[in-house]
Design a protein around this ligand. Structure first.
Ligand SMILES: Cc1cc2nc3c(=O)[nH]c(=O)nc-3n(C[C@H](O)[C@H](O)[C@H](O)COP(=O)(O)OP(=O)(O)OC[C@H]3O[C@@H](n4cnc5c(N)ncnc54)[C@H](O)[C@@H]3O)c2cc1C
Length: 418
């Protein structure tokens, strides 16, 4: 059976639900198709101890926000799931769960959306399937020898899953450092392969770093007002963690507990993992950049006359790098039992049968308006329209902008669906 509807939203994470809220406000009839359940990725793809790294006050969606009494705390996974499930109820999102979209293609009137539960014909499609569907692994990942267990951050739940013995955590952004810390503390000696990363203290001059980035307007910076949006969309996540103690977790903190740092995992040869010699430079660059971030915050505070009420400025200690970090580890010696890939994620558009992907398999878009696909929109990607776009806090403004564009598109383009 083929059903007809004005708009199909694919994905019932917070982004798809925020779009549903804005479409309802504009009386645009729509359905939200979800392969699993509401908040599916938070239920199935996150590790047990994960907390949001954005504070509770920053969990703001159109029509719903955190309403507890711990504004500066960080939600656990069950709390995030319940927050998003409550949102789906509050906004009466017309979600059809258990419905996997297997194909979207153009037809004479708009799009045909094929799902595990039948077909839809629609004038517009909102892709809210998330930025983190599949782990992004280096090509040589497949060549790791059979004696080593490998897993991705999406498959990791807790240290009990891992064999006893050494663990090589590849990647040092938010995910990599959090997992390295937890696994090392479980008694499995961790080596962290460190590539480009972005350092930040959790708390600076008495305020959370996310509060600073919000107050200074950094989170609201727009995609069409920055110098190099292509680069900014690739910037890794801030090296921070949300804990009740609001601790800073950086490479120095990992060194302090005994984890070892090596350079970027560059390849495999004769059973050896090879690391780039760039560790010192990569860390120096991150030190420089955190200094610049804090300089910008200080300047903003001074210009507003806030210095008197804030703690004095300070700078994080430079990252400690040992004199000659190893350029390789013999993976056959038994020292490393597990490799955990925390090398980032990519979206999966294998179901998208519309020629809108670039060479890297990403949707070509202008602030979420998909290029060469009238009536198709994208939501929830890094720096889609604003720096905050991939965060829960970013979905509201982006959904408002894009639903407005979508409404104008529908008005100016009115083929009858037959
Ligand atoms: C480890 C980690 C930690 C994060 N921490 C924070 C944080 O602290 N604060 C914050 O604000 N953000 C955080 N994020 C970023 C972001 O909020 C999440 O990635 C969020 O899940 C993205 O929401 P979304 O709605 O765009 O996508 P998702 O939540 O991924 O939702 C997409 C939905 O689409 C469904 N779907 C996908 N393909 C199909 C298909 N073919 N057919 C039907 N349905 C489909 C999926 O099942 C899923 O439910 C984190 C992300 C990760 C990976």
């Amino acid at each position: 059976m083929t059903r007809i509807i004005t708009t199909v939203v694919i994905g019932a994470g917070h982004a798809g639900l925020a779009m549903s809220h804005r479409l309802s406000a504009r009386s645009i009839d729509h359905v939200v198709l979800e392969r699993g359940e509401v908040a599916n990725t938070w239920k199935t793809e996150r590790w047990d101890s994960l907390r949001l790294l954005t504070p509770n006050w920053q969990s703001r969606l159109p029509g719903h926000r955190y309403d507890g009494d711990d504004l500066d705390g960080f939600m656990t996974m069950p709390e995030v799931i319940s927050f998003i499930e409550r949102y789906a109820g509050i906004v009466h999102a017309p979600v059809q769960t258990g419905t996997t979209v297997s194909r979207v293609r153009r037809d004479a009137h708009g799009y045909e959306v094929t799902t595990s539960e039948g077909c839809w014909r629609t004038r517009s499609v909102v892709v809210a399937t998330g930025a983190c569907n599949v782990a992004h692994l280096p090509a040589f990942a497949a060549d790791v020898s059979a004696g080593i267990d490998t897993l991705t951050a999406a498959a990791y739940r807790n240290p009990d899953q891992l064999a006893d013995g050494g663990v090589l955590v590849v990647g040092a952004s938010a995910t990599g450092i959090q997992l390295a810390d937890e696994i090392h503390r479980s008694g499995r000696p961790v080596t962290v392969a460190v590539g480009g990363h972005v350092r930040a203290p959790r708390v600076y001059r008495g305020r959370d770093i996310q509060r600073w980035m919000d107050d200074t307007g950094m989170m609201d910076e727009r995609y069409d007002e920055v110098d190099d949006i292509v680069r900014l969309r690739r910037v890794p996540s801030l090296q921070i963690v949300g804990t009740p103690a609001r601790t800073t977790l950086d490479l120095n903190a990992l060194t302090e507990i005994g984890a070892r740092l090596v350079g970027r995992f560059a390849g495999l040869r004769d059973g050896r993992a090879l690391f780039s010699g760039s560790l010192r430079n990569v860390c120096a660059l991150a030190d420089l950049k955190v200094g610049r971030l804090l300089d910008a915050i200080d300047l903003w505070a001074t210009e507003r006359g806030l210095d008197g009420e804030l703690e004095p400025p300070w700078r994080p200690a430079p990252t400690i790098v040992e004199d000659s970090p190893p350029l390789g580890i013999d993976l056959t010696s038994g020292g490393i039992r597990t490799i955990l890939w925390a090398t980032g994620f990519r979206p999966d558009y294998s179901w998208l049968d519309v020629p809108v992907l670039d060479r890297k398999g990403l949707i070509r878009h202008d602030g979420g308006v998909v290029i060469d696909a009238p009536g198709m929109y994208l939501l929830g990607m890094p720096f889609l329209r604003r720096r905050k776009s991939s965060f829960i806090d970013g979905a509201g403004d982006d959904a408002e902008d894009l639903s407005s564009h979508l409404a104008a598109y529908l008005e100016s383009n009115v083929p009858a669906l037959v």
